[in-house]
Ligand binder design. Structure first.
Ligand code: FPP
Ligand code: MG
Length: 342
């Protein structure tokens, strides 16, 4: 099955979508697509067929965004899916090989559909440690990511060889690298900087996270990004997920929207205050104030000017560091791609 399923909603679906859209809509939805194997068992299918149908459901429900089926009508611009956890490597060799093969086929297919993806402005990102994957799959993913990186109408983030703890540990390592390279100072480390070092740095946090199959845990998925996200657990198995299940989840989001929004606002204000205090503390402890105040005690106004100057210098360091990090990540993809036969 193709990555993009063309088609329209039926009349009842269209009316429902319009009613939903009168309320606040999530812009970014994350899915833990769970229940493929149970679905296969229930239908007396091979396990691999369950995963295949799981992919079909993904193509049907997420790569539709603005322009195609469900999400087109729901104005959801960004979807993040948990396609393969690092924990999934512990499954049988047979199943892991099957999932790698499925991914290979689907990314090959995606490359064949390049024009269609361009037409719909679909940008595909893959979040995870690609080094853990077979080289041919790494190369295909790199090609797909580079081929769609300039598209900006809708975004599909595929978490593959991913867990949240791994992602956070990697982000901490990136910051340690920045300090080692002299690009940033240890005191520049902050919540905001860590967020920028995550695989998800190009995305806003999800507004809504949906897990199917009745399991009520996050299984190491987007733990950092979902502290102020509406979590919805639904009993339906992923391959059976329907437009109505998505509407039900969005309704839950709408019911909780106010409290989520105010929690987010409080967090943002708290984060800004934290940064101000961190700047003040590190400016003092690095004797910045004394040096720039010629050793004399500075009056309040001068102190404020010096702190602003310190904050501007920190922002500049951080900007350079993030550019270097982006360059490192880009090179990883382009090097992989240059290893692919044209
Ligand atoms: C969870 O169901 C599903 C997975 C571990 C794999 C999900 C993968 C896809 C839907 C294909 C995505 C592919 C690409 C290329 C994006 P499960 O296996 O845990 O089933 P169970 O909970 O019933 O045991
Ligand atoms: Mg499962």
């Amino acid at each position: 099955m193709s990555w993009i399923k063309e088609g329209e909603l039926n009349l009842l679906e269209k009316i429902s979508a319009n009613i939903l859209k009168a309320g606040p809509m999530p812009k970014h939805v994350a899915f833990i697509m769970d229940g493929n194997r149970r679905f296969a068992r229930r239908k007396n299918m091979e396990r691999q067929e369950g995963h295949m149908q799981g992919f079909n459901k993904l193509a049907e429900s997420s790569l539709v965004f603005q322009t195609l089926r469900w999400c087109k009508h729901l104005n959801i611009q960004e979807v993040t899916v948990y396609a393969f956890s690092i924990e999934n490597f512990k499954r049988t060799k047979d199943e892991v090989d099957g999932l790698m093969e499925l991914a290979k086929q689907k990314f090959e297919r995606l490359l064949d559909e390049r024009e269609n993806l361009e037409k719909h402005g679909v940008c595909i990102r893959v979040l995870g440690d690609l080094n853990l994957l077979p080289l041919d799959l790494q190369q295909l993913i790199a090609k797909a990511v580079l081929a769609t990186r300039a598209h900006n109408k809708c975004f599909l983030n595929v978490c593959f060889a991913y867990t949240s703890r791994y992602e956070m540990t990697n982000a901490v390592r990136e910051m340690a690298w920045g300090v080692e390279q002299g690009l940033i100072q240890a005191s520049d480390v902050s919540e905001a900087l860590l967020s920028e070092c995550l695989y998800s740095n190009n995305s806003p946090n999800p507004d809504l996270l949906i897990r199917t199959s009745g399991e009520v845990r996050l299984s190491d998925f987007l733990l950092w990004q979902t502290s102020h996200t509406c979590l919805v657990f639904q009993s339906v198995l992923w391959p059976e997920y329907s437009f109505w299940n998505l509407c039900e989840a969005i309704l839950q989001y709408q019911v909780n929207h106010k409290s989520i929004q105010s929690a987010r606002d409080i967090h943002r204000a708290h984060e800004a205050l934290q940064q101000l205090e961190a700047d003040r503390a590190s400016a003092c402890s690095t004797e910045y104030l004394q040096r720039h105040g010629n050793g004399k005690p500075a009056d309040a106004l001068r102190r404020q000017e010096m702190l602003s100057h310190y904050a501007a210098q920190r922002q500049e360091r951080v900007r350079h560091f993030l550019e270097a990090l982006a360059h490192k990540r880009d090179s990883f993809f382009t090097d992989l791609c240059s290893g692919v036969a044209a």
